[in-house]
Design a protein around this ligand. Structure first.
Ligand SMILES: [Zn+2]
Length: 270
């Protein structure tokens, strides 16, 4: 069953139904483009005021204050920041105020919405109930090759999380139906995933080209550090196939809008 379920409000979004029903203080999911082509990122050429209006509208739909949106300046690397209430709101109105060069965000504090932005890359969500700690990480092929998912788990462990309790969810992103890559992409991932061909993470097409299952690559990397299958949810949604729901960098090129992937803890838990 698809873990990311469409929830229709004024600003429709996908929510991670299983986590939200098990842990009712969590707000976790991903925006959709909708008919209005709602873009949530400040770096893709839209009027910033419109982007902020979109963010405020979604914040209202989520019943999570816009002031709590906290963002990294994503650069397809593996740097992770531990977010505290002093950082609340970084990057919500300007990209300059976001955490510089940061693709992973973690916090155990309530009333902070960790927000990151996507066109085809893979959003990784994390929750460790023992510490009540949340995280989100941006994993395109470069972030995946930098092993940001495993870096997130290591950070959770360092902060005291029990590996058996950490939950991960791999969100909507480009599927292997649509994602053909060449040797330049295959080689660094193959270094990390030596069974990638046996596991159908890569399926050869023409000479030097492969269809890449980036969600499965991330799933196998999380399994490799010792998470069990039951701890990992994987979306079946493809951002390129589902044009009415998603922007796609492959389909729409550099100025494609961006969805926002988010996770936060409502204040009421405290
Ligand atoms: Zn597809």
């Amino acid at each position: 069953m698809e873990p990311f379920v469409l929830y229709s409000k004024n600003h429709p979004y996908l929510h991670l139904a299983q986590w939200e029903s098990t842990f009712p203080h969590l707000v976790v999911g991903m925006s959709t483009r909708t008919e209005e082509n709602r873009n949530y990122a400040l770096h893709v050429g839209n009027d910033p005021e419109q982007v902020i209006t979109n963010r405020q509208g979604l914040a209202k739909s989520l019943s999570f204050p816009f002031e709590s949106w906290t963002c990294g300046e994503q650069v397809h690397q593996d740097h992770i920041e531990l977010v505290t209430s002093a950082d609340r709101g970084k990057g919500r109105e300007t990209r300059d105020s976001a955490f510089a060069c940061t693709d992973g965000l973690i916090t155990d504090e309530s009333d902070i919405l960790l927000a990151s932005f996507y066109a085809d890359c893979v959003p990784l969500f994390f929750y460790s109930p023992d510490l009540d700690m949340i995280g989100v990480a941006h994993a395109g092929w470069k972030g995946t090759a930098a092993n940001i998912g495993v870096s997130m788990i290591k950070k959770f462990l360092k902060l005291g999380a029990d590996k058996k309790q950490i939950l991960a969810a791999i969100g909507p992103s480009i599927g292997n139906c649509c994602y053909e890559v060449d040797d330049r992409v295959m080689e660094p991932l193959y270094q990390l995933l030596p069974k990638a061909f046996e596991e159908s993470i890569f399926i050869p097409t023409t000479q030097g080209h492969y269809r890449l299952d980036l969600k499965k690559a991330n799933q196998h990397l999380l399994l490799s550090i010792g998470l069990a299958h039951e701890q990992i949810l994987v979306s079946n949604r493809c951002t390129q196939c589902e044009e009415t729901l998603f922007f796609s960098h492959r389909r729409e090129a550099a100025n494609a809008g961006r969805m926002v992937a988010f996770i936060g803890k409502k204040r009421s838990k405290e």
